[in-house]
Design a protein around this ligand. Structure first.
Ligand code: PHE
Length: 336
């Protein structure tokens, strides 16, 4: 009897071990532990044994019954059965796991930061279309038909009337067509130019355009506004410098430099020993631009500016290759 119990244990355990589905295990449970099962018939046989043997065999059979039962439960659990899982309790004191949080692209962060400065000065954020016509990209901006920027080498033409805007100055026109001064807007967005891609050029980049129109807007307002912006964006020590320049849509026009954020004007590799870094273009709105949108140039004056977002971001964060912004490499993006 004792031997047959041991043999039963071995064969039961190996059968349980080999079972691969909860259904298999249920079959084994019936076979070994069911009312017509092996253990049941052993217990029945006890009656036929000599009385002195009965208690020991009965005890052993009952122990075996329990062991087969727990073996089946164990196996069920390891098969991931919900039945087996009953025995397993969640530890509610463990710290929770949470999904990774996303973040804004560094260029989006810079655009928001730039816009925030101008929002604090009473500017509004507007957007314009990326697909434009020659009228908005050139004509209305006082850019003559002969201007080189109209060349197919400098502008992406989609068909005879449409192009990808090469500057956000288009939004100046779109806003002034619809709304009467006083106006104070900033317009962030993408612009496109067929430049060969390298560390500092991309066929697509971002600009933030600014426009302020009112009865008494002066060049000194432009200077004050942009100096304040530079201090807010690059730090309180930043100085600005306005150099005479030419844009068809502003007169007078200027290129605006900031004191080098690395060497503070002493001269270094970043500013090419000049102490200054060019960051944007600006000027007073040209009377012809006002005429194009039917604003009276004898009554209104305005200033406008346009800055490159990638350039601002590269300077602020010390990024040395514009392509990094567009490659979607998380090792780069996670630093912001
Ligand atoms: N649109 C000009 C550029 O892309 C920048 C600019 C905007 C200059 C507004 C003056 C006024 O270079």
């Amino acid at each position: 009897m004792k031997e047959s119990l041991e043999a039963l244990e071995r064969s039961a355990f190996s059968a349980i071990e080999e079972a691969t589905t909860p259904k298999d295990l249920e079959g084994l449970r019936i076979k070994f532990l069911g009312r017509q099962g092996t253990i049941a018939s052993i217990l029945k046989e006890i009656a036929t044994l000599p009385p002195e043997e009965r208690p020991l065999v009965g005890q052993k059979a009952n122990i075996l019954k329990e062991r087969i039962k727990s073996q089946i439960d164990e196996r069920l659990k390891s098969l991931g059965s919900p039945l087996g899982a009953k025995a397993h309790r969640e530890d509610t004191t463990l710290p929770g796991t949470c999904g990774a949080t996303g973040r804004l692209h560094p260029l989006t962060q810079v655009i928001q930061e730039v816009c925030d400065v101008f929002l604090s000065l009473g500017f509004r954020v507007v957007e314009g279309p990326e697909i434009e016509t020659e009228y908005y990209n050139f004509d209305a901006l006082n850019i003559p038909k002969s201007h080189p920027s109209r060349d197919t080498f400098d502008t992406f033409y989609l068909d005879t009337t449409h192009l990808l805007r090469s500057q956000t100055s288009t939004v100046q026109i779109r806003v002034m067509e619809k709304e009467k001064p006083p106006l104070r807007i900033v317009a962030p967005g993408r612009v496109f130019r067929p430049d060969a891609v390298d560390a500092s050029h991309s066929f697509m980049f971002h600009q933030v355009e600014g426009l302020c129109v009112d009865c008494d807007v002066r060049f000194s307002d432009l200077k004050g506004t942009l100096s304040l912006f530079s201090k807010q964006f690059f730090g309180p020590k930043t100085r600005t410098r306005f150099r005479p320049h030419f844009f068809p849509f502003t007169e007078p026009s200027a290129e605006v430099d900031i004191s080098c954020i690395l060497c503070d004007g002493k001269g270094c590799r970043l500013c090419k020993q000049k102490g200054w870094i060019e960051v944007l273009g600006a000027g007073m709105v040209h009377p012809n631009v006002f005429r194009a949108v039917k604003v009276d140039p004898s009554r209104y004056r305005g200033f406008a500016f346009g800055m490159g977002v990638e350039r601002l971001a590269m300077l602020k964060y010390g990024v040395d290759d514009i392509r990094l912004f567009f490659e979607n490499d998380l090792r780069f993006l996670r630093q912001f």
